[in-house]
Design a binder for this molecule. Sequence first.
Ligand code: HEM
Length: 134
Amino acid sequence: MAKRMSRSAINFSLDLGAFVVLLATLWTRLVTFWIVPPPAEGKSGLALWGMNHKAWDAVNFWVTMAFAVVILVHLILHWTWISQFVHQRVKRRSKSVAVLDSGTQTVYGVGFMIVVFVVVGGLLAVAAVAAKPF
Ligand code: HEM
């Protein structure tokens, strides 16, 4: 029977994965910007390992999306830590004696995700409306 991974082993694997994806994001961005820049008008430009600027740009886009997903999962796995930290701070300031049960943590977690998607989606909608041909 397969042995279940401990919570620390899951966190460590994900953190290592996040670090590798961060390096891949940085590296593909630098390649797209410096090594295989957009070709000048009328020129064919450079290619690295058979991929031109456009292809590297697409790779960088999807690696960046993967990084966003990994960070969201990282935040979900540390949600107890984050919500307890915020709860303690608010409690200290307001001198409240409220307890933070796991149901409330989940509600705040779902609320946080909704806020993230509304802010990112909202700013994208603003950008879509503001973009004009030139
Ligand atoms: C490449 C990016 C990142 C890497 C490699 C990374 C790595 C780590 C590591 C090694 C830990 C401690 C071990 C663990 O409990 O998992 C940790 C904890 C944590 N990380 Fe990240 N992290 C990254 C990005 C982020 C980002 C962007 C945020 C917040 C927006 C974040 C929030 C946290 C929190 C809240 C904890 C728990 C703090 C604690 O237990 O003291 N991390 N991270």
